[in-house]
Design a protein around this ligand. Structure first.
Ligand code: IPT
Length: 948
């Protein structure tokens, strides 16, 4: 009867100024009951002495305990770590009669200030009963949810008493089986609040007709709605002043600045029933979450979650976190470029969301619900007995946290199977708040959820799912790259697929930090895991599986994660650099590119280049680094983006991103005049008297004109097939099924960066075979400068039916005239393949077309040259020399048009520049090439240059 319906968490302040300060620890009408309480620890609730029930508290024996805090971390009982097992019989809803129980008691002085008084518990684990001045107030549960009681009729002026019984185990424990230490007690704030009739505040930002509005829904106690003064502040400035005469009002907010995780603009609504106060502030932000083109979008932009799962944990205080701890931890997370947090697996302390709102993190707010240890056929989610409890847990979370802009998704819980109680819970959540999306991983068919969610999915499996055609919901990895001990590996590989596939919108690493409990020893602090307290059932080191140590020292894996998700990407060719912003919203001005060139460990040159204002997702200009001409041995170019001014939490001089690339040198600079022009179907790039044309349909280089001579007969395109050799015959039927050739090409996206003498074109292409569903995502950078056309390509195979191997990966250049003469520096003089090249030492060689490929009696693939550093191919007729160099040794071949054996009579050739070429084997009668000589459909990258 005294228990309040779920509502938002708010405070009354005595002045507008104090309200805008938003520090509830100083709110006049707020009386903290935190601090030392009298305490008695019992083995069971059956042992509670009569004096407790008769309020004869001074006749009882008391020790003390700190509130907030856990009993087990203050000498009462011991922590127990389990992942999914219950350390009690899995016999819901029954709990053992031996059930550690804490009795809490204190007095407090109180003078009435406002109409009604509320007693608020932010977190008590797991079940409690309360008495005020000896009168029973009721009970509470839902360990990480807020419980409030109306105590107006129970308080007296002057001294009051409050007594609380906390049971460690309750039937609700079966819904709170999260992978963490079992720690009980009053572990979050206890507060007495003076309030007016104002009872609830829900603010929903609404974007309509290009205009932001705030929908304000207020709750009041009593039968009539009393008008409420409402002022919206932008910082300290009142921008809207009005009186709300209805429980629901729409307020237009012209020119509202949007909230996003990069630019977390906040507004404060200050409400009061009377002009003299008290004043209730509520922060909010203008942002919208919607599904556009099957992607979750924040303010119209698809999100990419680079997040962590975060448990609340302090190695000395458990889940009883101080505000300082929360702020410093969340700030640390933000400083590492992490942009999202899943509150695994329960709603966090309220202050956490204030910090996320303020510094900009996207939050998946997860309900306090995990039934891992009892997830069988009679899992609680399927049992009507638990239905109401499921629904209420959802409602309590959503009501408490309704106004936080950082929360973009409600998560129904973790690992609790799927069934009708979740359907009811999701419906109840949508009824309160249709403005956010719903997540719940075990809902694998997305019956109630807005997104697919999986855990620890392998990258190839993700690619398969991502490339399924048809309109499907997006995919989020609610947990991936388990960070236990050394590792996790493949962070960049995950990042690559997140960035490649629109349907993959990122994920949350499991998990942010180890939960080792601190123990002081004569030699210093050590951190212990499950079993350290001789728990008969425990899961050992599974709680030591974070990116950071318990003391928040970043592991190498965390440093790596931060590097992988850094907000800038670098593209480099020789001494030309393009920086790309990977931010989604913010434009950054005042950035510097800092660079250092080191050869054999010795610095050769360094410098700073200003980067002009860089909008989200955009490329910078081509920045040219002043390095001396000539080639360098064993050289690395290290680049970083540094802030010239403070940006959010980053101070002036912060390194926001860095990269290092191998550097081979630059030729003496010749003046170049580079121009870019478009026709509807072509992009034309000219440099002095040479020209490169890119087809805007396929994304391939369609023409290369060297000083007035066209060298391409057709598009230069990536291919993966070669003419079969005799040793392929047993696998040819399978290979035909893969339809390796011909391939088709589609340009998906391109961007251009330019300077006076250099242009870079970034191309994203989709390459597909006929018939099949597999494909290659290709990202290619074309650089055009006085030196020539530099091609840098990265590719990822995908699709459910993708072949596991191909005979080669590389570009075919259909030549306008036969290759009359080829000279090269590399393995030679004859053909060489990875499993057959010892007779071909590296050297400088020259061969005519007729001498190029071995004339096998049965026509087949022939002629590959390996280890090629540089080559020159002279075309017949024009005598144009097409010069090729590779940053790394290349494969080079001249074949008949379309890849057939060179023939004297056809005289139409293709030049092949391959990243990878498969070995030969002897499978005509013997085995296939050894594994190490095969070309697998793994991601690849390579680069070469065609000189002007
Ligand atoms: C997954 C849990 O969701 C998470 O809480 C944690 O326990 C993690 O495992 C292991 O550290 S569930 C697992 C069955 C994949």
């Amino acid at each position: 009867m005294n228990k309040l319906q779920p509502r938002v968490r708010f405070f009354n302040y005595s002045s507008v100024k104090a309200a805008l300060g938003y520090d509830d620890t100083t709110a006049t009408y707020t009386h903290s009951l935190n601090g030392d309480w009298q305490f008695q620890y019992l083995a069971s609730p059956l042992d509670i002495p009569d004096e407790f029930f008769t309020a004869a508290y001074d006749k009882m024996q008391w020790s003390t305990i700190q509130v907030p805090g856990h009993m087990e971390l203050q000498g009462y009982g011991e922590p127990n770590y389990t992942n999914l097992d219950f350390p009690i019989p899995a016999d819901p809803p029954e709990v053992p009669s031996k059930n550690p129980t804490g009795l809490y008691y204190r007095t407090f002085d109180y003078q009435q200030q406002l109409d009604r008084q509320i007693l608020r518990f932010d977190g008590v684990d797991s079940f409690f009963k309360v008495w005020v001045n000896g009168q029973s107030l009721g009970d509470g549960h839902g360990s990480r949810l807020m419980t409030e009681f109306d105590v107006t009729d129970l308080l007296v002026e002057g001294e009051n008493t409050i007594a609380i019984e906390v049971d460690k185990w309750s039937k609700y424990s079966f819904l709170e089986d999260q992978d963490q230490w079992w720690l009980s007690g009053i572990f979050r704030d206890v507060t007495l609040l003076d309030e007016t009739a104002l009872n609830d505040i829900q603010i929903t930002p609404v974007f309509k007709d290009d205009q932001w509005q705030a929908r304000i829904v207020l709750g009041e106690t009593g039968d009539h709605f009393a008008p409420v003064h409402a002022t919206i502040f932008d910082g300290e400035t009142a921008i809207i002043n009005t009186t709300l005469t209805d429980p629901e009002t729409m307020i237009d907010v012209p020119d509202a600045k949007e909230w996003n995780d990069e630019e977390p603009n906040l507004y404060t609504l200050v409400l009061s029933l009377s002009e003299d106060g008290p004043f209730v502030p509520m922060r909010f932000g203008f942002r919208r979450i919607e599904m556009l083109d099957d992607q979750i979008c924040l303010n119209g932009v698809p999100i990419l979650i680079n997040g962590v799962n975060r448990h609340e944990f302090d190695p000395r205080r458990g889940r009883a976190l101080t505000r300082e701890y929360i702020r410093s931890e969340v700030t640390q997370i933000k400083s590492l470029h992490i942009n999202a947090i899943r509150t695994s697996h329960y709603p966090d302390a309220p202050y956490f969301y204030d910090v996320c709102d303020e510094i900009g993190l996207m939050v998946f707010d997860e309900c306090d619900l995990e039934t891992h240890g009892v997830n069988g056929i009679d899992a609680p989610c399927k049992d009507p007995y638990w239905k109401e409890e499921f629904v209420e847990r959802g409602q309590r979370m959503v009501h408490r946290d309704f106004d936080h802009p950082s929360i973009i998704v409600w998560s129904l819980g973790n690992e609790s199977n799927f069934g009708p109680n979740f359907v009811a819970m999701a419906n109840a959540i949508r009824a309160i708040d249709p403005s956010r999306m719903i997540h719940y991983e075990p809902d694998q068919e997305t019956v109630v959820t807005d997104m697919y969610s999986t855990m620890y999915t392998a990258i190839d499996e993700l690619e398969k799912r991502a490339t399924r055609y048809g309109h499907i919901k997006p995919h989020i990895l609610c947990e991936y790259d388990h960070a236990m001990g050394a590792g996790p590996g493949s962070l960049q590989d995950y990042q690559d697929v997140f960035r490649l596939y629109p349907g993959l919108q990122g994920g949350f690493i499991w998990e942010w930090k180890d939960h080792g409990i601190a123990q002081d020893t004569p030699t210093g602090t050590k951190y212990v895991w499950g079993g350290a307290f001789n728990e008969p059932v425990n899961d050992g080191i599974f709680c030591i599986d974070g990116l950071a140590r318990p003391d928040r020292v970043p592991s190498p894996g965390l440093v790596e994660f931060s590097r992988v998700i850094q907000p800038f990407a670098f593209f480099v060719a020789q001494n030309h650099v393009v920086v790309r912003s990977l931010y989604h919203y913010r434009t950054l001005t005042d950035l510097t590119l800092r660079w250092t060139l080191v050869s054999a460990g010795v610095e050769v040159a360094s410098g700073n280049e200003p980067i002009a204002a860089l909008a989200a997702g955009r490329l910078s200009h081509v920045l040219t680094l002043a390095v001396p001409a000539g080639s360098l041995e064993d050289a690395q170019l290290t680049l970083s983006v540094v802030t010239n001014e403070a940006v959010g939490i980053f101070e002036k001089g912060s390194v926001l991103a860095f990269d290092q690339v191998a550097y081979h040198g630059v030729p003496a600079q010749t003046p170049a005049d580079v121009k870019v022009s478009f026709s509807p179907s072509k992009l034309v790039l000219t440099c002095n008297d040479s020209e490169v044309r890119v087809d805007l349909g396929t994304g391939n280089v369609a023409q290369l004109n060297l000083h007035g001579t066209s060298v391409l007969r057709d598009e230069m395109a990536l291919n993966v097939d070669r003419m079969p050799i005799c040793n392929d015959w047993k696998i040819m039927d399978d290979r035909k099924q893969d339809h390796l050739a011909p391939l088709s090409y589609r340009l998906e996206h391109f961007a251009i960066a330019k300077s006076e003498d250099t242009v870079m074109v970034l191309l994203q292409q989709r390459v597909k075979p006929l018939v099949r569903q597999w494909g290659i995502e290709l990202e290619t950078m074309l650089w055009i400068s006085a030196s020539g056309l530099s091609v840098q390509t990265r590719g990822w195979f995908d699709g459910e039916d993708q072949p596991t191997e191909v005979p080669r990966i590389g570009y075919d250049l259909p030549l306008t005239a036969p290759a009359e003469k080829i000279s090269w520096y590399g393995n030679g003089p004859t053909e060489a393949y990875p499993d057959s090249y010892l007779s071909c030492p590296i050297g400088s060689y020259e061969r005519s077309r007729a001498e190029w490929g071995f004339d096998y009696v049965v026509p087949q693939e022939a002629g590959n040259r390996m280890g090629v550093r540089r080559a020159s191919v002279t075309l017949a007729q024009t005598q144009t020399a097409l010069q090729v160099t590779g940053a790394e040794p290349l494969n080079l071949n001249v074949v008949g048009a379309g890849g057939v054996t060179l023939q004297a009579e056809t005289q139409t050739d293709d030049l092949r520049i391959d990243a990878k070429v498969a070995g030969l084997g002897s499978n005509a009668c013997g085995p296939l090439p050894l594994e190490r000589y095969r070309v697998y459909t793994a991601p690849f990258d390579y680069a070469f240059m065609l000189h002007f």
